[in-house]
Design a protein around this ligand. Structure first.
Ligand code: GRG
Ligand code: ZN
Length: 331
């Protein structure tokens, strides 16, 4: 971890501390620069991008530096009142992914009063199938990601009655594999991202009855994601990536097995992936930073209890105090 990395021919020593101000500037720039290539590429998932950036800022204790009124006004324009859901940007079709991100942003700003809870919960309910699964939108793609989105947003809205919670949990359970992991659909390969959504979905559903989750096998599968360099990969034989500091660690945290990985080595890997000049965190050391990995890097460090960061809730992916304020956690 102490080896110097080279970017554009310039050798630089990887930073060993969290460059909070640089990351805050990086997120500010990414959210205001409409002409950036990154902005054009992510135009369709703008609402999720806003959630990543805003939640990262919240964890850094800098949410008040963001243009809250501007964000809320823009978010209102991403709402499709006919369907009751949010699109990825103004004029885009409603989708469960962006509807959850929108609700999370309202929760962050403590403005749940601006959400039509009945409408968004009904939108989620309209996408549930007889087998308990959820489609992401009217086009019908099924994925356990959408099960998590539906359960999480209904819980945040206090409208769990709008969906069949038991059927939702039963479907997620059918996506469990022999290795203890979970896939996108029954028979789908275990992947750390899907494991986060499935374990968190089961927790929200209260469907984690003893024996539902194979805690031992899954705990092993998750901690075996840590590679020599300290980082985590998303499945066997793959490269480590900063975002798995969230997908893997949040699941381990829900299982109460955070100590099953080497926290110092993971923290070092994430810190090494920081851009010491322009700010932001990349998927791995010496790659280009982006808002997605900046958020998941900071979120991973927060789960590790990194000094100076607000704690994040592993299930709702919001600051722990926000989840508490909403009455969704006792402690
Ligand atoms: C509120 C945090 C939060 C999420 C909302 C969108 C969503 C719900 C969850 C996504 C879960 C998921 C499937 C994450 C994985 C994303 C990822 C890094 C995929 C990469 O897959 P590959 O196959 O990469 O391209 P690997 O690392 O396997 O080579
Ligand atoms: Zn990644």
């Amino acid at each position: 971890a102490s080896a110097s990395t080279s970017r554009g021919g310039v050798a630089s020593i990887p930073p060993s501390r969290l460059l909070s101000s640089l990351h805050a500037d990086f997120i500010q720039r990414a959210s205001s620069d409409d002409d950036a290539i990154e902005s054009a590429l992510t135009d369709h998932l703008r609402v999720s991008g806003a959630y990543w950036g805003l939640t990262a800022m919240a964890l850094l204790g800098r949410l008040d530096e963001m243009d809250r009124d501007g964000v809320l006004a823009w978010l209102a324009r991403c709402y499709d009142a006919k369907k009751g859901g949010y699109g990825g940007n103004e004029g885009h079709d409603a989708h469960l992914l962006y509807t959850l991100s929108a609700v999370q942003i309202y929760a962050l700003f403590d403005r749940m009063d601006l959400v039509d809870a009945d409408a968004v919960a009904a939108f989620a309910g309209s996408l549930q199938r007889d087998d308990g699964s959820f489609a992401g939108d009217e086009w019908g793609e099924i994925d356990t990601r959408f099960s998590y989105c539906a359960l999480c947003l209904c819980k945040l809205c206090g409208r769990m009655d709008a969906i069949d919670v038991d059927a939702a949990a039963a479907f997620v359970d059918r996506c469990k594999n022999w290795d203890g992991g979970y896939g996108a659909e029954p028979g789908g390969e275990s992947h750390a991202g899907q494991i986060f959504v499935c374990v968190a979905a089961l927790e929200i559903a209260g469907g984690d009855a003893p024996g539902t989750i194979d805690r031992e096998a899954l705990g092993w599968w998750l901690c075996e994601r840590q590679v020599k360099a300290g980082g985590l990969n998303g499945r066997p034989e793959k490269l480590p990536d900063v975002c798995y500091g969230w997908w893997v660690l949040s699941a381990l945290s829900i299982l109460n097995k955070l100590e099953w990985i080497d926290a110092d080595a993971l923290a070092r890997f994430i810190l090494d992936a920081q851009d010491g000049e322009k700010g932001g965190i990349a998927d791995r050391p010496s790659d280009e930073p982006d808002v997605f990995h900046t958020f998941f890097g900071v979120a991973g460090l927060s789960l590790l209890g990194f000094e100076g960061l607000r704690r994040i809730d592993p299930t709702y992916a919001l600051p722990a105090d926000v989840v508490q304020r909403m009455g969704l956690r006792e402690t």
